[in-house]
Design a protein. Sequence first.
Length: 223
Amino acid sequence: MHDHTSPEPVALPLGGGISRADDHAFLQRLIRTLDSSHPAPDRLAASFLARFGSAGMALSAHVGALDEVAGRETVLPPLLAVVTEAALRLYRARVRRTDILAGQAGLEAYLQACMGHEVIEQFRVLFLDEDFHLLTDELMGTGTVNHSPVYPREIMRRALKLGARRLVLAHNHPAGQPEPSSADIEMTLRIAQIGKLMQVTVHDHIIVGNGRTHSFRAAGLLI
């Protein structure tokens, strides 16, 4: 028998401090909402948590990875991709409204959702105004599994066109470890030096791993 009652409203988990039990309950409700005929939403929710670690990381996973857990015969993975896009839009709207200095945790969660499960490197730049409010978030380069091309002058040209006064750089490490390489540090300092000449400040560079982030500012690599 299938449950054909009206599904409960599903609230997307956008904040921190969510317990594993809350994540499990959320995923279970989400599975029931998207596929009311699924035979075992409780077991599938547990499988998602076992594979990805949290509801947020499950929602940011690639469709192929979701297929491996849910099975290709279900309609869930493409539907979850739509939910992920909705969550990213909500994150982006929240980041846009918030002073970046006051919303570091939310910013890192947003970047984790954007890039945490990407299998190739991405380099993004968040362009900010003088008051640390987001003007736009743009993908500035993609590359191989361990390298994405970065062109500092293109970044600064874009900043000047947007009237941005501050930047947050971000890229992902597909291997999962967010610690910066010597090349990451050298490239960041070069962008910061060019920015000083143009009165554009590099406020931070955040590296995203699988479930972890590394802030250059918090580590003392940017002053």
